[in-house]
Design a protein around this ligand. Sequence first.
Ligand SMILES: Cc1cc2nc3c(=O)[nH]c(=O)nc-3n(C[C@H](O)[C@H](O)[C@H](O)COP(=O)(O)O)c2cc1C
Length: 201
Amino acid sequence: MKEKKLIINSSNNPFSLFKEWFDEAQKNEINDPNAMNLSTISKSNFPSSRMVLLKDFDDRGFVFYTNIKSKKGKDIINNPNVSLNFHWKSITKQVRIEGKAISVSDKEADKYFNSRPKESRIGAWASNQSSKMNNREDLIEKYNFYKEKFKEDSIPRPDYWSGFRVAPILIEFWQDMPFRLHDRLEFIKINNKWKRKKLFP
Ligand SMILES: Cc1cc2nc3c(=O)[nH]c(=O)nc-3n(C[C@H](O)[C@H](O)[C@H](O)COP(=O)(O)O)c2cc1C
């Protein structure tokens, strides 16, 4: 592994720094360098976490796709405050993000949906994500039903399947350092400007 530079010497823009780290993770992580933990808050104020895949990012935020009627989808519609967490084991780095999840446009969701393999698009039709399933055969049956239904046609995006962009107000970079004297840098958005501060490990 190449020697780490202290984050404080890195970019002043958290998105450029994220890109730098994400590029490094993509080169080193065995699989799913774009996997991130997403935490949401339920109506009864309980946190809930699961992994999702980062599909796009820029200065506006971090995009993932899902079934908006799923547990996470319902949580977000009730309370858009969410957090994300990346941990890239291969490069011993972590990024923590807090912000608001905002629906992507239909056009953006269509574009991504249409880029997915046919089987995944059929799968989106077949799964009532996070609803009770009596047995797996029900899922396979539904999959085969939609496979047949869309045999001749293009597969439209289900209206319950879309993306969220997490617009961050906080991004924290953490990297492992010898003797647990880890290196942390927190960016907070105040009046539309990113302010940075170092944190004790
Ligand atoms: C590495 C990994 C990536 C995943 N990516 C996604 C994703 O991008 N979108 C999604 O809806 N579920 C994804 N899942 C499944 C979710 O973790 C979760 O099981 C599912 O979305 C239902 O979550 P919910 O009941 O909290 O809504 C992924 C799981 C793993 C382990």
